[in-house]
Design a protein around this ligand. Sequence first.
Ligand code: ZN
Length: 304
Amino acid sequence: MNRYLLPFLLILVSFACKIDSKETRTKPLIVATTSILADGIKNIVQENADVVALMPAGVDPHLYKASVRDLDLLTNADLVVYHGLYLEGKMTEIFEKLALSQTLIDISQGLPKDDLIRSGPEAHSVDPHIWFDVKLWSKAMAYVSQEMIEWKPEWKSNLESNSTAYLAQLKELDDEVRTKVNELRTAGQVLVTAHDAFAYFGIAYQLEVKSLQGLSTLSEPGLRDLTELITIVQENKVKAIFAEQTISPKAIRAVAAGAAERNHQVNLAGPLYTDSLDAVGTPAGTYIGMVKTNLKIIYESLLL
Ligand code: ZN
């Protein structure tokens, strides 16, 4: 993101999110860490609560550090919901402290362990990008719905019917992704992106995926990764590679330039929405919209 734009957006968000104190508000306030999570929760609670995303649209959750204002918002909320799996890598201690006084839901706790992609034995080696497998994200949404019913039993029938309707929309979305990706696989295409966000997508929809940076954007890609990726792009005659909205396109641009030096022209497409939604009201401003927007960009860039 443009460095002059960010402070402006933060000021804008701080006005937009001005909150009433616990005593004076008319509805409970739910704070979700990312825009992706906040959108899912909005669909389930509907008018029962106000739902606010802690991180503004376009912000990288791996690198996000909570501000003083964020801490105020989190301690003032009636419920805090987060992804877990170290997606919010710099907020782990905050969640531990909040747990002493606050109601928290860690949605990763609701996922079957076998569904998670793990690259090593350490706790932080689990891939947090679960929303790229729509079925897995549905399980997370079903879990958060159940947990919210425990928190507000009086909302039970309403939350159950909202979540049934939302899960039906997600089922339809999953079918749509599967159909389109089947075509990409048949055409022998590989999905090459800036950071490793698409592993769940690759497994769920059976498409080969490659990326330049690891699971978190905290680590920088090396020269070896770059050379390997250029070879993959060249050998598979990949038509397009993809930038991401929360990441600088510098490194992925170097892949396109490297392929061009080897006489393979590859388009730099995107950006894809990976770890954040676009602004509210835009096509990729909801989870379903984000998945559809990404699918359209990927499909059209690799196939048409
Ligand atoms: Zn990520």
